[in-house]
Design a binder for this molecule. Structure first.
Ligand code: NAD
Ligand code: IPM
Ligand code: MN
Length: 355
């Protein structure tokens, strides 16, 4: 029996509500598939921890979670108490950068029975992956503020693209495209307006494409690409983008499938030098936190991605199938998908359907 050690970090807000459901479903799948999951729970990367300790994480956070096989994460951010850039750069963004999780992999799939806000779309019409660069780009710490509180005040934040950083995310995306039936890759760009970094991105895409002659590829400027997500979601198979563009596309895509509440993600270090983080795409949702109505599917599906990443393909697949069977029943869906199930009822339904 294979054994895995998982670090569990619920974080803030609905992170704390959806994680128990994710764990419930992981336990069910592990039991059915003969996988042993050992969970270590951590309370850092949350407002509660910050309030007590004056920082988001302990100084030795890397020792605490760096040897685990994977990290299962909820959501972080509580803007009423702490500015988002402080909580996020003190936790989640640290994981991504310091554990070199340069791939942020985010599936977008319209599930059977779930109504899309886009008229006439059925399952199969929306089924693609957003591959988001996760360690550099627009999310850089190069820049600063000068002459604060004067008329001369100015702020800058540089976009950073390194050849290694751009090439490795493109290679991952092309490999993924090559493994899919449609073998189609779309690159998100903005090389008409962002005149230095984005033309560089395009250049590297073109160079990488030469190594994958079997993959058809195209590119769109990000403005029309967002329009095409809504008008022609069936055009897409693998969509690769910089850190910021990938962030935007990975909320828009799931919204086209009914809700961002079901969207999962893997922050992946493909080389396995560091643990990868699996978390829903959504945040801590302060507007609904504490009501027990959050959709747990994003967290549950992230658990499935985690199992697949660990090599437990069958167990992962059994969870995705259980999600499909659950979402097909309106009464088992949460409010964001037009149902009346609460977080726990939805989570329990998925756990029971795992086989
Ligand atoms: P959000 O994703 O938390 O919420 C956006 C909207 O979607 C809200 O109306 C919310 O109620 C709804 N929503 C989100 N998840 C849902 C779910 N599972 N079920 C039902 N409805 C759901 O985004 P936001 O409001 O921009 O951010 C809130 C906080 O979360 C901020 O602090 C932000 O920085 C943080 N955040 C964290 C992460 C993360 O941890 N990965 C991601 C996004 C935002
Ligand atoms: C996400 C989130 C984060 C991001 C925020 C909370 C910093 O929106 O995981 O998509 O921008 O990466
Ligand atoms: Mn986001």
């Amino acid at each position: 029996k294979k054994q895995y050690r998982i670090a569990v970090i619920p974080g803030d807000g609905i992170g704390k509500e959806v994680m128990p459901e994710g764990l419930r479903v992981l336990e069910a799948a592990a039991k059915k598939h003969g996988v042993a999951l050992h969970f270590d729970h951590f309370d850092f990367s949350s407002w509660d921890y910050y309030e007590k300790h004056g920082q988001m994480m302990p100084d030795d956070w890397k020792e605490k979670i760096g040897k685990h096989d994977a990290i299962y994460f909820g959501a972080v951010g509580w803007p009423a108490k702490i500015p988002d850039h402080v909580s996020l750069w003190g936790s989640l963004i640290k994981f991504r950068r310091e554990f070199d999780q340069y791939v942020n992999l985010r599936p977008v799939r319209l599930m059977p029975g779930v109504p899309s806000p886009l008229a006439g779309r059925k399952p199969g019409d929306i089924d693609f992956w957003v591959v988001r660069e996760n360690t550099e780009g627009e999310y850089s710490s190069v820049g600063g503020r000068m002459f604060p509180d004067t008329d001369r005040e100015f702020v800058t934040q540089q976009t950073v693209m390194t050849r290694t950083g751009v090439d490795r995310i493109l290679k991952f995306a092309f490999e993924l495209a090559q493994s899919r039936p449609k073998k189609h890759l779309t690159s998100a760009t903005k090389s008409n307006g962002i005149s230095i970094t984005m033309p560089y991105w395009d250049e590297r895409v073109e160079a990488m494409a030469k190594k994958y002659p079997g993959v058809k590829w195209d590119k769109y400027h990000i403005d029309i690409l967002t329009a095409n997500f809504v008008l022609h979601p069936d055009w897409f198979d693998v969509v690769v983008g910089s850190n910021l563009f990938g962030d935007i596309l990975s909320d828009l895509g799931p919204a086209c499938t009914g809700t961002i509440g079901i969207a999962p993600s893997g922050n992946i270090n493909p080389e396995g030098d560091f643990p990868s983080v699996f978390e829903p795409v959504h945040g801590s949702a302060p507007d609904i936190a504490g009501q027990g109505i959050a959709n747990p599917i994003g967290a549950i599906w992230s658990g499935a991605m985690m199992l697949e990443h660990l090599g437990e393909k069958e167990a992962g697949k059994s969870i995705v199938e259980a999600i499909e069977r659950t979402l097909a029943e309106r009464t088992l869906r949460t409010k964001d998908l037009g149902g009346n199930a609460d977080t726990t009822a939805c989570g329990k339904a998925v756990a029971e359907m795992v086989d």
